[in-house]
Structure formats: C-alpha cells, structure tokens
Design a binder for this molecule. Structure first.
Ligand SMILES: NC(=O)c1ccc[n+]([C@@H]2O[C@H](COP(=O)([O-])OP(=O)(O)OC[C@H]3O[C@@H](n4cnc5c(N)ncnc54)[C@H](OP(=O)(O)O)[C@@H]3O)[C@@H](O)[C@H]2O)c1
Length: 245
C-alpha cells in the first residue's frame, strides 16, 4: 500500500490516476484549489476502495503553503511514499509573448511551483531513503516551438530539474519519474481538434501507474511519442526554425 500526495488532483489525468490508485487500496492526500470538486473526488475514491482520503485546499502558486502541505500530509497519512504533481495551465502563447506579468504567472504555475514542491519532497524522500517523485511534464518541453514556447519552456525546466534530481538521488532508494504525455483529451485541450494521435486520461493513468510499478525514469504517453520527439529533436536548427510549428 502506498501513501500518495497528488497536487492538481482535480486535473482529468490526476483524477483518472487517483481512481486507479484508490482501487488498489492506497491512502491519498488530494490537493487542489476547488474545494467542491476535491470533496466529490474524495467521496468517489473512498467508494472505490481507498484506505484513506484527505483533502488540502491550496493554490499551487501559494508557495508559503508548500511546507504546511507536506507536514499535514505526513500527520494525516502517517507517512508519504509517492508525490504526483499534475497541476498546470496551457499558457496563452500570444499573450505571454508580449506581457511579462502573464509570462511570470505561467512560469510560476507550470514550473516554479513544481520545483518548489519537488525540492521539499526530494529532501524528505532522501532522508527517508525511499519514495517516488512523479511529475507530469510534457512532450512540449522537448523542443521550443513558436506556437507554445512559454508552456514548453516551463515543462523543459521541470524535465531538466527532474533529470538532475534523478542523478542526485540515484542509489538512494528514490524513484524520480518524468511523465511526458502527448495529446490527451482533457479540459485543458477541449478547444483542440482531435485526431489519431490523441489519447484519453484513463490510458495516461494506466501509463503512469505502469511506469511507477516498473521503476521507470521517463515515460512518454502513449509510448510512440518517444519516437515522434526523437525525430523532432533530430531536425537541424537551421531547418527547424523555418517550420511553422
Ligand atoms: N492534456 C494534455 O494534452 C497534456 C499534455 C501534456 C501534459 N499535460 C499536463 O498534464 C497535467 C494535467 O493536465 P490535464 O490535461 O489533466 O488538464 P486539466 O484537466 O485542465 O487539469 C489542470 C489542473 O491544474 C489545476 N491548476 C491549474 N493551476 C493551478 C494552480 N495555480 N493551483 C492549483 N491547481 C491548479 C487545475 O485546477 P482547477 O480545477 O482549480 O482549475 C486543474 O485541476 C498538466 O500538468 C498538463 O500540463 C497535459
């Protein structure tokens, strides 16, 4: 049985993952900013078999609350084994390109808040000599594109930070797992036209749990995105910069 903290627990991908965690009888601390949706999710997870479900209301950018979240989780669940960071916003690229206040706010939400929570939990897991850090990054962080380079830069920061943590914590009993989804049909992508490359939150959730179980370092979801992004990364910059992506 795992004791799991999920930040951004009301996200579609996090909810699907939490349902699968609950069906395995785990203990869960759900953190998010919408109390009603958190409570509804908590009730659903209890009915699915979770051993214990608690909630903590927090905006992820309220940095002063991060330590309290960890302490409260430890007090209420007794121990923490797994952290899943799932919050995020799909930044409005056209606004961020010219408005530095929006740019900073998007970087706080999609990058700095994650790095802050990772810093606290990495120290805790290092002292505990066990634990699993899971962060939902994105394929968007693998290469900057004109259509979403602010969101992509935040996800690149998260992926690089996770790679560094993995190197720091190797051999110390801590798994550091970076999830890189491609296109997943969730409220975040509601406006997008869907096609054959699209997947569902339920499949992403199965991929996350499978990657935890297998002790993976990085998981592209679905797996074919690893090949797509390899090809994209291999395109020489003089050509890539002229593409309309
Ligand atoms: N969908 C995709 O195609 C895709 C692809 C790659 C990566 N991802 C990543 O996957 C993760 C989950 O996204 P999703 O697709 O499941 O989208 P979603 O259903 O729209 O969920 C986004 C979640 O982030 C929460 N959130 C946003 N800002 C927050 C803040 N300041 N404090 C606390 N919570 C905040 C939202 O909370 P509220 O309910 O309060 O608004 C919502 O629960 C995100 O990190 C996203 O970047 C998604």
């Amino acid at each position: 049985m795992r004791n799991i903290l999920i930040v951004g627990a009301t996200s579609a991908i996090a909810q699907a993952t939490a349902r699968q965690f609950a069906e395995r009888g785990n203990k869960l601390m759900l953190c998010g900013r919408n109390e009603n949706r958190l409570n509804a999710l908590a009730d659903d997870l209890r009915s699915r078999g979770a051993a214990q479900v608690e909630t903590f209301i927090m905006d992820a950018c309220d940095f002063d609350q991060h330590q309290l979240l960890l302490q409260t989780t430890l007090t209420q669940l007794g121990k923490l084994d797994t952290l899943l960071l799932a919050h995020g916003t799909l930044s409005d690229q056209s606004v961020c390109e010219h408005d530095i206040h929006t740019l900073r706010s998007e970087l706080d939400t999609n990058a700095i808040s994650m790095l802050s929570l990772l810093t606290l939990c990495a120290d805790h897991f290092e002292q505990q000599a066990s634990g699993t850090l899971v962060t939902i990054s994105s394929v968007a962080g693998d290469r900057g594109r004109q259509s979403n380079y602010v969101y992509g830069a935040a996800k690149a920061a998260v992926s690089t930070f996770m790679a560094g943590l993995r190197n720091r914590l190797a051999g110390k009993g801590v798994q550091v797992l970076t999830i890189k989804p491609g296109f997943i049909d969730t409220p975040m992508t509601a406006e997008f036209k869907k096609g054959p490359l699209w997947s569902t939150p339920e499949k992403a959730a199965r991929g996350i749990i499978n990657a935890i179980d297998k002790g993976k370092d990085v998981a592209y979801l679905p797996g074919f995105w690893a090949l797509i992004m390899l090809i994209i990364r291999l395109i020489p910059e003089p050509i890539f910069k002229r593409l309309s992506l």
